[in-house]
Design a protein around this ligand. Structure first.
Ligand code: C2E
Ligand code: MG
Ligand code: MG
Length: 744
């Protein structure tokens, strides 16, 4: 059974037993006692006395006049009267409090009334059982009798009331019976005994004093009562105020503590957020720093990291006055071609593979950097001599040049390396890098692979840099001039045409040879507009010369075309424009392409040359013998003429020495059904030999130097045979006879 049910049952039981007790009391009440004095005391007991009770502050003790009044009723009119008065008093008090708004739980009123009935009825019965009927008999008039009567009544009433209360609270509060009994009992005992004592005093007063003394006593008691009640109420009030203040203070403290806790929690949350933010910031700063100093593709340190490292190296070298470090400037050859032909994804992978190879090849103490694009730099540390650095450079060269397969493609990477020592004379990283770069360019131009830096290289580089910066203004300032070198038929000395050769007359530096500025123009791409201009000029000039006479109408013009230019489709347009504008026959324009340029990318050359050929122009392979072309490749290219490089001509001596290669080249050209032209003819012996070999045409200082157009025009009027005077008569005779050489 649940506690609630027990409690309920207990209450109902108490109410029921109480009702029985009350009924028994009403039944047994002697109505002879129902006098006006009884009614007065009864009314005082049930109506007035309960309102005069005093609650002692900070305790459960109540000084109840109603208890005193009930005791008086008990003394004067017996237990039954006391039961009726007690029950009615409790019932009216409950109703009074209910009217005042106090809510009573179920059976609470019945239980309270029942408890009072039981306790008074029980106390009366127990006292009677113990000592017989002692109340409402004169025997209690003595003080000792009074003490016995009231004492027994109070004790039994206390016992019963406290037991019932303890049982009730044990169930309600679910605590131990003894604890509750001791706690509740003390308050009940005091209330009971104080009430009994007060009843005894009142009884004594009424029994022994005269009316005046009673009146004075009552007044004094009344004054005392109200004064005391006031004091008590003030005390209670101040205690309540104090308690309130303490409570408020405690509440305020609690509130403050809660707020402090909240604040601390918020603060710690904030600190946590800040800590996380700081962590994230630190992480992103680290990532940012890493990204700022590393190349995203290869993961190698980048140019900024390289410069910083080199700066520190320079500082320590300057302090020590010596250095054992070297910078390698590395450039990948043909990388652009890989990117263009195989795509950027493959290009990226190639760079990553190359980067790994670099790192594997050098020591961990060395620093490999990607400067950008296909340029890398390596700082070699702890090497005592330049020779050792060069050895490492060759090792790098060999490792990187090893072909490898990637996504089904065979990758063949070329590489050029320039070496510069980190001498203490250097004050900035840029200076060292610039010199290593110069050496690398030298290696590239020479095709040597690895080159050390030296001062001459720097001077050359400075010159080239000047050319590069000033070349764009050369056309604008009309500093570019075309010279024409006559091309002569070696059969009869007649003029067959010209080779257009560029000259740069610099306003300060004087004549700059094409050997100096053409490579720069090729590197910077300026060769394209220059050639466009040159094609127009030369074709127009040729048209003018062709119009001169019947003899000149078939003259032709050779124009040099840079290998770099072959990649530009605009060349076709430019050539076509020049021909159509000048109205020359397409076949009178010959384009010369050096052998090395033609062989650089044979497929591209074939494509472009075929397109040019379809315009009707002639094509000549220039500087033949220097470009290592294979016969099959040569055969696949649509050249009309083969121009022998002058290095094969000038070695020929007066007796025809060193002419073997010349002979071979001429016979090769014949076999390929090409016309042959020899350049660089400077001596009559060379001319004679070439004529004897059956070489078709020639050009050289012996015949005519390259000259401005006006001088050429003049010479054209003067000369019908361009051979030297001494050879004109002999030109009709066979050279074979004189030099005793085999005929081809
Ligand atoms: P190249 O096309 O082989 O031109 C022939 C070079 O041989 C010319 O040098 C000419 O002056 C030189 N030469 C001719 N006969 C003799 C001789 O008997 N002895 C000596 N020692 N040299 C002789 P140049 O004019 O200095 O031109 C050098 C190179 O510059 C040319 O070689 C050509 O490759 C290039 N070049 C000149 N003009 C142009 C141009 O307009 N466009 C392009 N792309 N290249 C040009
Ligand atoms: Mg040429
Ligand atoms: Mg040449």
């Amino acid at each position: 059974m649940s506690h609630n049910k027990n409690e309920r049952l207990f209450r109902i039981s108490v109410a029921a037993i109480g009702t029985l007790c009350f009924g028994a009391a009403v039944f047994r009440f002697e109505y002879s006692k129902f006098t006006p004095t009884f009614v007065l005391l009864f009314l005082v007991a049930v109506l007035v006395a309960p309102r005069l009770s005093l609650s002692l502050p900070k305790s459960k003790i109540i000084l109840s006049f109603s208890d005193a009044a009930i005791c008086l009723v008990y003394l004067l009119y017996g237990g039954e009267a006391a039961v009726i008065a007690g029950a009615v008093e409790m019932l009216l008090s409950c109703l009074y409090f209910k009217l005042k708004g106090v809510t009573f739980s179920e059976f609470a009123i019945g239980y309270s009334v029942g408890m009072v009935s039981i306790s008074i009825f029980g106390a009366t019965t127990l006292a009677r059982l113990l000592v017989g009927q002692i109340e409402s008999v004169p025997s209690f008039a003595t003080t000792s009798g009074l003490i016995v009567v009231l004492g027994l009544f109070a004790i039994f009433q206390f016992v019963l009331t406290s037991l019932l209360a303890a049982v009730y609270y044990t169930q309600k509060l679910r605590t131990r019976f003894l604890t509750v009994w001791l706690e509740e009992g003390s308050a009940i005992a005091i209330t009971q005994f104080v009430g009994a004592a007060l009843a005894a005093v009142i009884f004594k007063l009424f029994s022994y004093a005269d009316p005046a003394a009673i009146a004075v006593s009552l007044v004094a008691l009344g004054i005392f009562f109200f004064a005391y009640r006031k004091i008590i109420s003030e005390m209670t009030e101040s205690i309540e105020q104090a308690e309130l203040a303490v409570r408020e203070k405690a509440e305020a403290e609690t509130q403050r503590a809660t707020e402090a806790e909240q604040y601390a929690a918020e603060l710690s949350a904030l600190l946590k957020i800040e800590e996380e933010a700081t962590k994230a910031l630190r992480k992103s700063r680290q990532e940012f720093e890493h990204a700022a100093l590393h190349d995203a593709l290869t993961g190698l340190p980048n140019r900024a990291a390289f410069a910083e490292h080199l700066r520190q190296l320079i500082r320590s070298n300057r302090e020590n006055g010596a250095s054992d470090s070297y910078v390698l400037f590395v450039d990948l050859a043909r990388f652009k071609k890989i990117n263009d032909s195989l795509g950027h994804t493959i290009g990226d992978k190639v760079l990553m593979i190359v980067a790994k190879r670099f790192v594997k090849t050098v020591r961990p103490t060395d620093m490999v950097t990607r400067l950008g694009g296909d340029e890398f730099a390596i700082i070699l540390n702890g090497l005592s001599t330049l020779e050792k650095a060069e050895k490492v450079a060759w090792k790098v060269h060999q490792k990187i040049s090893q072909p490898f397969s990637l996504s089904g493609n065979k990758i063949n990477i070329g590489i050029n390396i320039g070496i510069a020592p980190c001498d203490p004379d250097y004050s900035t990283p840029e200076e060292i890098l610039r010199d290593a770069d110069i050496a690398m360019h030298h290696a590239k131009n020479r095709g040597s692979g690895v080159e050390r830096f030296n001062r001459e290289l720097r001077e050359r580089f400075v010159q080239l840099a000047r050319i590069e910066s000033e070349l764009p203004f050369a056309i604008e300032r009309n500093e570019l001039v075309i010279h024409y070198q006559p091309l002569i038929s070696l059969a009869d000395g007649s003029l067959i045409g010209f080779e257009a050769l560029l000259r740069w007359f610099h306003r300060e530096r004087g004549l700059i040879s094409p050997g100096e500025f053409i490579p720069v123009a090729e590197d910077t791409g300026q060769i394209v507009p220059i050639t466009t201009w040159l094609l127009k000029e030369t074709c127009a000039q040729l048209a003018e010369w062709q119009r001169l006479s019947y003899d000149t109408k078939n003259l032709m013009m050779s124009v040099n075309i840079s290998g770099k230019h072959l990649g530009f489709q605009s060349l076709l347009v430019d050539v076509d424009d020049a021909i159509s504008t000048s109205k020359i026959s397409p076949s009178s324009l010959k384009l010369e392409i050096t052998e090395s340029a033609a062989m650089d990318d044979v497929e591209q050359t074939v494509r472009m040359l075929s397109s040019l050929k379809s315009l009707g122009v002639q094509l000549s392979i220039d500087d033949f013998g220097t470009g290592y072309s294979s016969l099959s490749q040569l055969h696949s290219l649509p050249f009309d003429t083969l121009k022998i490089d002058r290095s094969f001509v000038y070695v020929v001596g007066s007796k025809g020495e060193n002419s073997e290669l010349l002979q071979t080249i001429v016979s090769l050209a014949k076999n390929l059904q090409m016309k042959v032209i020899a350049e660089g003819i400077e001596t009559e012996d060379q001319l004679r030999l070439l004529r004897n070999l059956g070489c078709d045409y020639g050009q050289g200082f012996l015949l005519s130097k390259p000259l401005p157009k006006d001088q050429i025009s003049e010479l054209m009027y003067k000369k019908s045979n361009w051979f030297p005077e001494s050879m004109i008569d002999a030109s009709e005779t066979t050279v074979n006879d004189e030099m005793n050489l085999p005929a081809f």
